[in-house]
Design a protein around this ligand. Structure first.
Ligand code: GLP
Length: 241
């Protein structure tokens, strides 16, 4: 893993933007894997600015999101569909039929998982996957214990994940207990991965990632086996290393 150390959240977002603008401009038909959560918000904001300054276009870009909560309709303000639309898609020139976010409200969720997987294969795989990390080491919504050979699947969320994400909901009872998530193998099949990590709340996870062994008990550890991973991490997230 190529680890780039930065001062703070803003610098992480700046560097991540440079990285993504370079890939969007150099790939002919970029296929991007995108993440939600607070971590990539600064990146998406800056990407919108670059688009407004005519430095990038999404005309030839296809996107696949990592995950979605089970049971939330697309117009639910807590759905990841809504998040992506608000934070990025409605501000750029992307064709809506090139946007792929699993539908967590689908009646046949298994079919939904298979279709997400098939759509990724159909375009020849993901060129660059943006990732955040959960405090427990999850990537996407792949919680500790998830098989490294998993494909897009339905997952039960950890209690710690439900608690961490409760800040976005009116009460913890409203947080869905399940999600659809790209699997770990799906993520690992991406040609390149950009992991963004910021803040003290991620210090333990970062220490485990850098110093620990590769184990299914800590899903992000598999990234050490991928040949093209860049980690942009700030000082606070490195405070436990
Ligand atoms: C969420 C998402 C992940 C995200 C992670 C960290 O639950 N499913 O894709 O990377 O948790 O979130 P945050 O960036 O808000 O810390």
């Amino acid at each position: 893993m190529n680890v780039i150390k930065v001062k703070d959240y803003d610098e992480m977002s700046e560097k991540a933007t440079e990285f993504m603008v370079d890939r969007i401009n150099s790939l002919e038909n970029p296929v991007l894997g995108l993440a939600t959560g607070s971590t990539p918000e600064g990146l998406y904001q800056r990407i919108i600015e670059k688009h407004q300054q005519n430095e990038i276009s999404f005309e030839n870009v296809t996107t696949f999101n990592l995950d979605e909560y089970v049971g939330l309709e697309q117009n639910d303000p807590n759905s990841y569909y809504y998040f992506m639309n608000e934070k990025l898609f409605r501000h750029v020139d992307i064709a809506i039929d090139r946007v792929h976010i699993p539908n967590g409200a689908a009646t046949d969720l298994k079919k939904e998982c298979m279709e997400h997987e098939r759509a990724i294969e159909q375009v020849g795989g993901i060129d660059v996957q943006v990732l955040g990390i959960g405090g427990n080491g999850h990537i996407g919504f792949n919680e500790p214990g998830t098989s490294f050979t998993s494909k897009t699947h339905i997952v039960d969320l950890d209690e710690s994940t439900i608690q961490a994400n409760a800040r976005f909901f009116n009460s913890i009872e409203e947080v869905p207990t399940q999600a659809v998530s790209m699997g770990i193998e799906t993520i690992m099949n991406s040609k390149e991965i950009l992991l963004l990590v910021s803040g003290e709340a991620k210090a333990d996870a970062m220490a485990k990632l850098l110093n620990g062994e590769v184990t299914e008990d800590f899903p992000a550890s598999i990234l050490k086996k991928h040949e093209n991973v860049t980690v942009i991490v700030d000082e606070a997230a490195l405070s436990g290393v």
